[in-house]
Write a protein that binds this ligand. Structure first.
Ligand code: TYM
Length: 331
């Protein structure tokens, strides 16, 4: 069976970009035969930015409840919190010692933060903690410890998966064949889901549609999605429209075909937004209800995650031992 693995940081409520870019394709793979899914909450990764215990807990439960409400089956999927699997941290140190510092200097997230500091005439590393800097190594550890073959993600994570591959290949050269080389899986149509302002939907741009916001809020946010000034009656290109990109992820095949026609024959943006709200709300109504129930019973979530962590450690422990033996640790 192929191992498919992905994670989401607990740095806010999950949004439509996370859903379309990662959760939806991951759940689809989990439902097919021939895959062994490992989905987790990257809570140690969140610590680079979220340093408020109460908020942190709430975000962790929010991500967990979202996966569960959308149909993740904890029997078929190994579903856990990263911090509950200390083997990941142990491997992370080992991998750190095999990772050239230059590789981290080139990582997008770190480079982006440095560029921003320089633009603001600050010291290049101002406000950047070592966690941000070595973030890709912890992520490589997440991926490699479970011998992942496929990592479904959005486009912004491609470089991280490539770094994990580089680190794995390097380890294999030094200590002998150990890790399979992971492949990212990015759907080209939804690699970057745009946010309200047209830029990538991202918690850090504050332009997100939270997946389980209230109905009224959903309607309001959809109205705020930017569109151009093409008049209603003029034909529009569905493949260059963020509204259509989101619409097709929630609508049935039939509805998508009809909407495509409407774009070509001319439809006003207001009407598209109305329809988008309808299909999204219909699709999310039940999961939203389940999400709320779960958020009210965090003990239930804890239990599911503990069970998942046990399964994850059961797999991780012997493999980590094997890795350590290759390096020369015995006992
Ligand atoms: P995170 O928490 O920022 O995002 C979770 C997933 O959602 C995808 N995504 C998007 N996809 C399309 N359009 C968007 N606008 C959009 N915004 C977010 C992300 O690409 C990601 O797949 N470093 C990771 C978490 C992580 C991880 C891992 C992922 C930690 N360890 C191991 C895979 C494997 C992150 O920060 O994702």
């Amino acid at each position: 069976k192929k191992v498919v693995l992905t994670g989401i940081k607990a740095t806010g409520r999950p949004h439509v970009g996370n859903y379309i870019g990662a959760i939806k394709p991951a759940l689809q793979l989990a439902g097919e035969t021939g895959y062994s899914p490992y989905y987790f909450i990257a809570d140690y990764h969140s610590l680079t930015t979220v340093q408020d215990a109460g908020q942190f807990k709430d975000y962790v439960y929010g991500i967990a409840a979202s996966w569960l409400a959308l149909g993740l089956d904890p029997e078929k999927t190994t579903f856990y919190r990263q911090a509950d699997v200390p083997e990941i941290m142990e491997l992370s140190w080992i991998l750190s010692c095999l990772t050239p510092k230059g590789l981290m200097n080139r990582a997008h997230a770190y480079k982006g933060a440095v560029d921003q500091n320089l633009q603001n005439n600050l010291d290049q590393d101002a406000g950047i903690n070592i966690g941000v800097y070595s973030y890709p190594i912890l992520m490589a550890s997440d991926i490699l410890l479970f011998q992942s073959d496929i990592v479904p993600v959005g486009k912004d994570q491609i470089q991280h998966v490539e770094i994990a591959r580089d680190i794995a290949a390097h380890f294999n050269r030094v200590f002998g064949e150990t890790f399979p080389l992971p492949q990212y899986k990015v759907d080209t149509a939804t690699a970057v889901v745009p946010g309200l302002d047209g830029r990538k939907m991202s918690k850090s741009y504050n332009n997100t549609i939270p997946l389980f916001c209230e109905e009224k809020e959903l309607k309001k946010l959809i109205k705020r999605i930017v569109t151009d000034s093409t008049p209603p009656q003029e034909p529009k290109d569905p493949d260059r429209s963020s509204l259509f990109l989101i619409y097709r992820e929630f609508a049935s095949e039939n509805e998508v075909a009809q909407m495509r026609n409407s774009y070509q024959s001319g439809i006003g943006w207001g009407e598209v937004k109305q329809e988008l709200f309808q299909v999204m709300n219909k699709h999310l109504e039940q999961p939203r209800h389940r999400y709320k129930e779960l958020m009210d019973t965090p003990r239930e979530i804890d239990e599911i995650l503990r069970y998942g962590a046990e399964k994850a450690r059961h797999k991780a422990r012997p493999f980590l031992k094997e890795i350590k033996e290759k390096i020369g640790y015995s006992g």
